[in-house]
Design a protein around this ligand. Structure first.
Ligand SMILES: [Zn+2]
Length: 106
C-alpha cells in the first residue's frame, strides 16, 4: 500500500479515510473529523463512479424464472463491464431471511 499523505481541511483538521454515505451510496472518502467536510481522492472518485454505475445497472425489480428444473434470475448485459460473463463464478451469501447477495469472483 502506498503511504497516504496527510491532507488538511480548510478548518485545520486532518482528513481521515472513512467509510461514509455520500449521495446515498456507502463509499470510502476523506472526511474531516472537525467540520465533517467530505472529499474524494482520485481513486476514491473512480471507485465511486463504478459504484454508481453498478447501482444503475443492478437496482431493479426482477422476476424469478424457470431454467430447467431450477429457478433463475437474469442479469443485465451491462454487468459484463464489471467482469461478469457466461460461465464465470459467483458467490452467493444469505444476508437475512429474505435477502441475499451475489458476489462476482475474480
Ligand atoms: Zn474541516
Amino acid at each position: 500500500m502506498a503511504k497516504e499523505r496527510e491532507i488538511k481541511c480548510d478548518c485545520g483538521g486532518i482528513l481521515a479515510e472513512k467509510s461514509t454515505t455520500f449521495d446515498h451510496f456507502e463509499t470510502e472518502a476523506l472526511v474531516c473529523p472537525k467540520c465533517g467536510f467530505i472529499t474524494l481522492t482520485k481513486e476514491q472518485a473512480q471507485k465511486y463512479v463504478r459504484l454508481r454505475q453498478m447501482h444503475q445497472i443492478m437496482d431493479a425489480e426482477r422476476k424469478i424464472i424457470k431454467i430447467g428444473n431450477s429457478m433463475g434470475l437474469t442479469l443485465p448485459d451491462e454487468l459484463q463491464q464489471f467482469g461478469a460473463k457466461i460461465g464465470s463464478k459467483v458467490k452467493t451469501e444469505a444476508l437475512g431471511p429474505n435477502s441475499f447477495k451475489v458476489e462476482l469472483e475474480g
